[in-house]
Each structure stands twice: as structure tokens, then as C-alpha cells.
Design a binder for this molecule. Structure first.
Ligand SMILES: [Zn+2]
Length: 100
């Protein structure tokens, strides 16, 4: 029936309004606290980022010092001792593991 349908719709609308009001009233203080937390996070980032980025960059690059008696295999790109050179071709060395 039309009347029942209208009642359902008004109920749904009312519950939507209530939830919207609840969201708005709940969001207002939260938004301010979130902004304050972001400001604090930014302040912390400013003091942390320079050193943190430097450390992270070092970890990513992973510079491996190659000693005089070492070589970098051109196949597996691992730094190995020169005694493990199995073959050298076109100036590139290959380890015994790669050459079998
Ligand atoms: Zn190799």
C-alpha cells in the first residue's frame, strides 16, 4: 500500500538524517585533532627525514667494496674471489658457478 511505502521511506530518510548528523557532530572534533596530529607528524618528519632518507638510500644502493683480488661475475653479478673466475670474455669475468 502507498501509505506503508511512504512510512518506510520517511523512516529511512530519518535514519539517514540522524546518521548524517551523528557523522557531522562526530567529525567536527575529530577533524581538528587529525589536523593537530598531522601538524605534529610534519614537525617530526622535518627532524627525521634528512637522516632517515640518507640511511634508506644507503640501504638501497648497497655499495659493495671490491677488493683487488675480487671480481664481479658478469652473469650473476656477485662479487667473488679471483680464484673463482672460470672464464673471462670481452673483459667480463664469469664465476665457476655460472660456468658450471
Ligand atoms: Zn656468476
Amino acid at each position: 500500500m502507498a501509505t506503508d511505502y511512504d512510512e518506510v521511506r520517511s523512516d529511512v530518510k530519518e535514519s539517514q538524517d540522524n546518521s548524517l548528523e551523528a557523522l557531522q557532530s562526530a567529525n567536527a572534533p575529530d577533524a581538528r585533532s587529525v589536523v593537530r596530529e598531522l601538524d605534529e607528524a610534519d614537525a617530526m618528519d622535518d627532524s627525521i627525514v634528512p637522516g632517515g632518507e640518507f640511511v634508506a638510500e644507503e640501504l638501497v644502493v648497497q655499495v659493495v667494496p671490491q677488493a683487488e683480488d675480487e671480481f664481479t661475475c658478469y652473469s650473476c653479478f656477485l662479487v667473488r674471489h679471483r680464484s673463482q673466475i672460470a672464464r673471462e670474455k670481452n673483459g667480463h669475468a664469469y664465476c665457476i658457478e655460472c660456468e658450471g
